[in-house]
Design a binder for this molecule. Structure first.
Ligand SMILES: [Mg+2]
Length: 255
């Protein structure tokens, strides 16, 4: 008997992630004298990314789908052994990233840089907003079969966000790229979640907002996909991909 699973992405599919992080960043850089956070947000992010890209484990971060701003509030705890170097680097990364941001604003003051870092961390821990319609989407998926979560990120952050959103017990299995040591779009991580759900790829669907990681990864794994477009045009048309604007529109799409 086939097992028809629905597998969800977390960030910007079920909870608001990037926009929330950018709001935290604006809050953080407001500590620097004369800086307009809205005007300077992009410069600050570029400073942070410049440090992130120089990290010895940057290729691993790309593979696991870890963003520069995640390193600003993650200890990289609870992950696969391949992330030991990132775990060790995290405090130094954070200090250097904020000092680079400060220097970019002509405010080479370690105390201000530290304050910005603390503000970002506190803002990120306040609780990510959930996407409207998330609970109904999960209920609808559960009617269809087993439900999994497949998320790229560090174990400590992804599980913290799940907990804050009240989602810890909402899935039959949770696969985090940091824990698995492999991330979307690699087929191995889709195979892992399908195996844990006892589901067949050809009868299962991936729901996510990243075309490259969620959609292309699912298709390469033999699944179909629902792309959360959020107003963006799809990069291409594919009969295996259903395009919706948000999880609110999942009802009736999962079949
Ligand atoms: Mg996402």
């Amino acid at each position: 008997m086939s097992r028809r699973a629905v597998i969800f992405d977390l960030d910007d599919t079920l909870i608001v992630e990037q926009a929330f992080a950018m709001a935290s960043l604006r809050e953080a850089i407001a500590v620097f004298p004369g800086v307009d956070p809205v005007v300077s947000e992009t410069d600050a992010l570029e400073s942070i990314r410049s440090v992130w890209r120089r990290g010895a484990d940057y290729p691993l971060c790309l593979q696991l789908g870890l963003a520069s701003w995640e390193g600003l509030w993650s200890a990289f705890d609870g992950n696969h052994e391949s992330m030991a170097g990132l775990h060790a680097w995290a405090p130094a990364y954070r200090t250097e990233a904020w000092e680079t941001v400060a220097a970019g604003f002509d405010a080479a003051d370690p105390a201000l840089a530290g304050l910005a870092g603390d503000r970002f961390d506190a803002a990120q821990r306040r609780g990510h907003p959930v996407i409207d319609g998330m609970e109904q989407a999960l209920d609808g998926a559960r009617d269809r079969g087993p439900v999994g979560l497949l998320t790229n990120g560090s174990s400590d952050l992804q599980r913290f966000k799940l907990d804050q959103a009240g989602l810890t017990d909402s899935f039959d299995t949770v696969v985090v790229s940091g824990e698995a040591g492999v991330g979307k779009p690699r087929p191995a991580v889709f195979a892992l979640v399908l195996e844990r759900l006892g589901a067949d790829a050809e009868d299962s669907v991936m729901v996510g907002d990243s075309w490259e990681r969620d959609v292309e990864g699912a298709l390469a794994s033999g699944m179909t996909a629902v792309w959360i477009a959020d107003g963006r045009p799809p990069p291409e048309r594919d009969p295996r991909v259903t395009v919706v604007d948000s999880v609110r529109e999942l009802d009736g799409v999962l079949g």
